[in-house]
Design a protein around this ligand. Structure first.
Ligand SMILES: Nc1ncnc2c1ncn2[C@@H]1O[C@H](COP(=O)(O)OP(=O)(O)OP(=O)(O)O)[C@@H](O)[C@H]1O
Ligand SMILES: [Mg+2]
Length: 585
């Protein structure tokens, strides 16, 4: 993976922080909402628990008030009446479920009791009793000594006939019996008295815990300290507790005064569900935000990658274009160089052709000078004789001589014209050439040499012209080369014969030049420049004749081959294209 640019990483970080903040906000909002609902439910539960306690205790309050008015509590000095009163109290206690019913005189001495022996110690000192002696209803709570049970006391004044308070009737309610009916199913509920003692609860582990003044938390009776921390979330009190497995770790704490029993009711509601709900909401929001962010990120990353790829592509295209233009420029340069080289080559070839011709002329020069010398000598002879005839007045004979001189001059003129034509530097492109004429020219040019070397020529000139593609002088050069080579090859042989014949093969014409020489030593090499079996450096050969001929014939669209004839001697075949009017057009 490519490293993200700094800016993108900063944006991602900012986005994540934003999502984190939003998630925290959603969590808090959801938590507060859920706490609000928990509080409503908790208030209802606490109200229910308080009402139930109050209602049940009020029964005992009513019992105390009504029993206090009973006439059976009069004249208790009489042991019989006392026994009757005691039976009554026992009966009422049994029916009401009270722990005890006690009648005590103003000094706090128990006169009669339903369960003698359960009587609280120092009755006279108890606040609720003293309150009853003042004619009001006294309330109090405590542990009934002998049974170690928690009890709630109601003390109702008992009036003498004169209206004075002569004692009090105390109803002792069994708190455990009341608690038993609402234990377990509610959240932890407890009631603390004004001294901070936790006296009533639906969780028995909490009983007798106490709250020190100025404190919120409670301490177990053995005085040990347990984890406790309170804090406010919104308007709610949240307690963190380490108070055992039956109490929540985190709880919403609510309280309300219950004046009828002179206690404060408190409830602890587990906030774990609220936190779970808030967590779910926050997680959903975070997931949506992150998914949205991821999509956005992928889309921008895709665009960024595309842009990068585009840029890279552009750079490559630019590079490639530059490389192509460079290559183009190089090619152009090469083309120019090649054209120049071609021009130079053409020039060299032309020079070579010319040189070849001059070399051929050199080869023929002996024959030619002989050929020119002979008529020149004859002319001289005829002229001398003519002059002699004239001086003798033999005009007829002189005229004959003059005619012969003219014939000789004509013959010399033909030879010289041929030589001039051959030496001409032909620059014209290929065109229509009479093959018969060209062959005649070549034969005439080499005639002198053939004669000098005693070579016979087997050649029947065609009657009509045969037109082929070529250049007149250059084509003549080819045949002059072939004839010269043949004469060279046959040097020292007894029977020297050169044959020339024209054949046809489709649209092509074949000129075959044969000789009776020793044949070609290495037919593969003869067309290579500077290949010669003749004495190099001498007048004999340069090894250029055939290679020049090859180039010339090829340039006419023809072909030249050299081989050995089965009967001995060499056979050279020049293949030429027949001239056609359409092609020329
Ligand atoms: N008719 C022939 N018979 C036998 N060998 C031949 C014949 N014609 C050519 N060759 C061989 O081919 C060689 C090349 O011939 P080419 O005409 O190219 O060069 P050259 O005759 O040696 O020299 P140049 O023609 O330049 O004076 C000759 O040296 C000879 O060995
Ligand atoms: Mg040659």
């Amino acid at each position: 993976m490519t490293r993200l640019p700094l800016q993108t990483r900063a944006i991602i970080l900012a986005f994540l922080l934003g999502v984190g903040g939003l998630t925290a906000g959603v969590w808090r909002y959801g938590y507060l909402q859920a706490l609000g609902q928990l509080e409503q439910r908790g208030e209802a539960d606490l109200a229910l628990a308080s009402d139930r306690l109050v209602r049940q205790l009020q029964l005992y309050q009513a019992l105390a008030v009504m029993t206090a008015d009973r006439p059976a509590l009069m004249g208790l000095d009489d042991p019989v009446r006392r026994a009757l009163a005691e039976a009554l109290l026992r009966q009422v206690a049994d029916k009401s479920g009270a722990l005890d019913l006690i009648y005590a005189d103003a000094a706090g001495h128990v006169v009669v009791a339903a369960n003698p022996g359960l009587t609280p110690k120092d009755l006279g000192q108890q606040a609720f009793f003293r309150r009853a002696l003042h004619g009001a209803l006294g309330r109090g709570h405590g542990v009934v000594g002998a049974l170690q049970r928690r009890a709630y006391y109601f003390a109702a004044p008992v009036f003498a006939p004169g209206g004075a308070v002569k004692g009090a009737l105390i109803a002792v309610a069994d708190l455990e019996g009341i608690e038993r009916s609402w234990r377990g199913n509610l959240p932890p509920v407890f009631f603390t008295d004004s001294s901070g003692l936790l006296f009533i609860s639906n969780r028995s582990d909490l009983l007798f815990w106490h709250r020190d003044p100025g404190q919120l938390g409670l301490t177990p009776p053995d005085g040990g300290t347990l984890d406790f921390a309170a804090r406010r979330v919104g308007t709610h009190d949240i307690w963190r507790l380490g108070w055992g497995q039956y109490l929540p770790e985190r709880a919403l704490h609510l309280s309300r005064d219950v004046p009828l029993v002179e206690m404060t009711g408190e409830i602890l509601i587990n906030v774990a569900p609220a936190r779970r709900l808030a967590g779910l909401q926050a997680a959903a929001v975070a997931a949506i935000c992150l998914a949205f962010g991821a999509l956005l990120f992928l889309a921008t990353e895709r665009r960024r990658t595309l842009a990068l790829a585009n840029a890279a592509l552009e750079v490559r295209v630019k590079d490639r274009t530059r490389a192509l233009s460079e290559t183009n420029e190089k090619l152009r340069q090469e083309v120019i160089e090649r054209e120049e080289a071609e021009a130079a080559l053409k020039q060299a070839q032309a020079d070579l052709v010319q040189a070849g011709k001059l070399s051929a002329l050199g080869q023929m020069s002996a024959g030619i000078s002989h050929e020119l010398n002979q008529p020149l000598m004859a002319i001289r002879q005829f002229a001398d004789n003519g002059a002699a005839f004239l001086s003798r007045g033999w005009t007829d004979r002189a005229g004959e001589n003059l005619e012969r001189i003219a014939d000789m001059a004509t013959r010399m003129d033909r030879i010289i014209r041929n030589l001039r034509a051959f030496a001409r530097n032909e620059r014209e492109p290929s065109g229509k050439v009479d093959l018969a004429g060209v062959l005649r020219q070549a034969v005439e040019l080499t005639e002198a040499r053939l004669k000098a070397d005693g070579v016979r020529l087997d050649w029947i000139p065609p009657a009509a012209p045969i037109y082929v593609w070529g250049g007149e002088v250059r084509l003549a050069q080819v045949f002059v080369n072939l004839i010269n080579n043949a004469v060279d090859a046959m040097g020292g042989r007894d029977d020297k014969l050169i044959g020339i014949e024209i054949g046809e093969q489709g649209a092509r014409l074949m000129v075959r030049v044969t000789d009776t020489g020793p044949g070609i030593a290495d037919p593969e090499k003869i067309f290579e420049p500077f290949y010669t079996t003749k004495e190099v450096g001498g007048d004999e050969g340069m090894g250029l004749g055939l290679s020049i001929s090859y180039g010339l014939v090829q340039s006419f669209g023809g072909n030249i081959r050299g081989a050995n004839a089965p009967g001995g001697g060499a056979v050279f075949t020049v293949e030429l294209e027949r001239w056609q009017a359409e092609r020329a057009a």
